[in-house]
Ligand binder design. Structure first.
Ligand SMILES: C[S@@+](CC[C@H](N)C(=O)[O-])C[C@H]1O[C@@H](n2cnc3c(N)ncnc32)[C@H](O)[C@@H]1O
Length: 224
């Protein structure tokens, strides 16, 4: 069963996009493109309504900003390896207060918790499977007792959506170099759920790709 998600931004989505109103045109185009292509609403709905939230691989920070804007009780920290994207995210967050901040972190780093949630939105596929697994273990170790790991990724099925996604990522990562990375490794959701289970987490899987060309899916893992 898959959830249909709307593309038109809700009030918090519009407010998040407005944070980039004075950003250079390529950044504005990028964040609007991200909103249009990625179903952020069900990912944000999987986060706890309050507490410290970490987004690993936050890019320009649109998802982190949206998470902060959908609940004033969340304190969101976004980290990424890309200094230029983080610089734009920091400008966007100016005036937001302490509820939204961004820092550059080296690849594979998870800043110290405890986190109410660690969220990955279209990031893990840029790492080899073994590194994805190691990063998830690191994230699990940094969770608060009732914390959750939320992973938004692309499924390997149906095959036609997976092929379309791989083609588009090839253009984005290897040709246009819009995203840091040199290869991708889309892990089958059942396999990733197995890794999380070995970390002692109970995982729920949700498809969020109804009406969309990309095979978006969500894994939500907590201690039960
Ligand atoms: C497709 S973008 C997604 C950005 C953001 N999460 C969003 O949904 O808009 C992938 C991001 O992952 C970042 N990234 C790639 N490898 C990473 C790593 N090893 N650690 C942290 N971030 C990484 C890239 O710099 C890029 O900003």
């Amino acid at each position: 069963m898959s959830t249909r998600t709307r593309r038109r931004p809700d009030a918090a989505g519009r407010a998040a996009l407005r944070l980039y109103a004075h950003a250079p045109l390529p950044v504005r185009a990028h964040v609007h493109g991200r909103w249009w292509s990625a179903p952020f609403a069900p990912v944000v709905a999987a986060l706890p309504p309050s507490g410290r939230i970490l987004e690993v691989g936050c890019g320009h920070g649109l998802f982190s900003a949206y998470a902060a804007l959908t609940s004033a009780d969340r304190s969101v920290v976004g980290v990424d390896i890309d200094e230029s994207k983080i610089a734009h995210a920091q400008v966007a967050a100016q005036g937001f207060g302490s509820g939204l901040s961004f820092t550059v972190e080296p690849s594979g780093a998870v800043p110290p918790g405890p986190w109410a949630a660690v969220v990955f939105v279209d990031v893990l596929y840029l790492l080899p499977a073994a590194e994805q697994r190691r990063l998830l273990a690191e994230a699990a170790g940094s969770l608060a007792p009732d914390g959750v790991i939320v992973v938004k990724e692309m499924d390997t099925r149906p095959r036609w959506k997976a092929r379309w996604n791989t083609w588009q990522e090839t253009v984005s990562v290897k040709v246009l170099r819009l995203t840091a990375g040199s290869s991708f490794d889309f892990v089958e959701p059942g396999e990733m759920a197995g890794w999380l289970s070995e970390l002692g987490l109970v995982t729920r899987h949700e498809r969020i790709d109804r009406g969309r060309l990309h095979p978006h899916h969500l894994l939500i893992a907590g201690r039960g």
